[in-house]
Design a protein around this ligand. Structure first.
Ligand SMILES: N[C@@H](CCC(=O)N[C@@H](CS)C(=O)NCC(=O)O)C(=O)O
Length: 339
């Protein structure tokens, strides 16, 4: 009985894949198509948004570019597919995108029931609250009875309910699908509180009519490890995305930058030589070229450069490295070795 059920469920899953044209050979499909289809945010400054020339930019967007550079040696071979929180998982499941790089929290149910694989955390985040300064609130524990604006289809919505319940507090949720509308609802005074990932709060604050009239409260109520994701069941493609992420971290650790990567190919350091393809076949073993890391770092720099360019202290978001510093600098970012 149990076996029959499993077989039936598998049949539905396989039929779903066949109907959508998604296959387990994503790397071959991407190469044949000549572009990577990358699911990104519809517009989250610092992570995935379009500039005034219509060009995509952000930390997640740089991950799309890094994977395109690894596959094609050309970071421009990306077709960006903007997705709302609700749209993102079906788009990956049905093969509309090859990679989802959209401030998506790695959770058990997404990794199992939703059939995704997460390639590694490209930003350690956590959920927070923003309120109007005039409310004179200094802690989230003072928010009982508040009206809270939140985006649907997110972990945010679920954590919000848990937090208020756990602290015996009441709240009135205003649940909205598009983040722009969430921001507008809060800005117009329809809600007392806006809640989302801390990174998103800093981005949202920039979009308020008077950014300085808003304050982000100190409490972080959840773990939001944001991670690029692929469909389950395609280890080769999963490896390409996972090791692109690890290459970006290892490049930072070894001091390989966008500016010096060509020079570094002549380095006598065996670790750097291995990574940049001298005398190794690591790239080829994954279905890429052996200078895959040179291509990635030439296109987007290392992880630290991606971070600073998009969300770091010199950007409007002004976020410190914090937990996103390398493990050698007191942070959580750590990659297995390339050998
Ligand atoms: N990390 C959370 C939240 C992701 C999320 O969608 N966050 C919102 C608020 S920062 C967002 O990106 N909205 C932009 C949009 O949908 O255009 C998750 O994976 O569920």
């Amino acid at each position: 009985m149990k076996t029959k059920l499993v077989v039936a469920a598998l049949g539905v899953a396989i039929a779903g894949l066949a109907a959508s044209g998604a296959s387990a050979a994503t790397l071959a499909d991407v190469k044949a198509r000549g572009t990577l289809r990358c699911g990104v945010n519809t517009g989250l400054p610092g992570f995935g948004s379009q500039n005034d020339k219509g060009e995509w930019q952000g930390l997640d967007v740089d991950y799309c570019k890094a994977v395109a550079a690894a596959v094609f040696g050309d970071a421009t071979k990306v077709q960006y597919v903007p997705l709302s929180a609700v749209q993102r998982f079906p788009a990956l499941q049905n093969g509309e995108v090859d990679l989802l790089a959209r401030n998506t929290t790695w959770t058990l149910s997404r990794d199992t029931a939703l059939g995704l694989d997460f390639a590694g955390v490209n930003y350690y985040d956590g959920q927070g609250f923003m309120v109007k300064k005039e409310l004179n609130v200094t802690s989230a524990l003072q928010l009982s009875g508040a009206t809270v604006c939140v985006q649907s289809g997110t972990t945010t919505e679920l954590n919000l309910a848990d937090y208020f319940r756990a602290n015996n507090m009441q709240f009135n949720p205003v649940v909205i699908e598009a983040q722009n509308d969430v921001n507008a609802a809060y800005d117009s005074g329809r809600c007392d509180v806006l809640t989302t990932d801390q990174s998103g709060l800093y981005a949202s604050r920039l979009e308020m009519s008077k950014p300085d009239d808003n304050v982000v409260l100190p409490e972080i109520i959840s773990k939001e490890p944001l991670a690029p994701a692929v469909r389950q069941g395609d280890s080769q493609w999963f490896d390409v995305v996972k090791w692109t992420h690890f290459a970006l971290l290892n490049a930072e650790e070894l001091g390989i930058t966008q500016a010096n990567v060509q020079e570094m190919t002549k380095s006598p350091n065996p670790e750097i030589q291995r990574m940049l393809g001298a005398g190794s076949t690591f790239g080829q073993d994954m279905g890429l070229s052996n200078d895959w890391v040179v291509k990635i770092v030439s296109a987007v720099g290392n992880y630290g450069e991606i971070f600073e360019r998009n969300v770091g202290s010199a950007t409007p978001l002004g976020i410190a490295r914090g937990q996103n510093a390398l493990w050698t600098k007191g942070g959580l970012q750590y990659a297995p070795p390339i050998r």
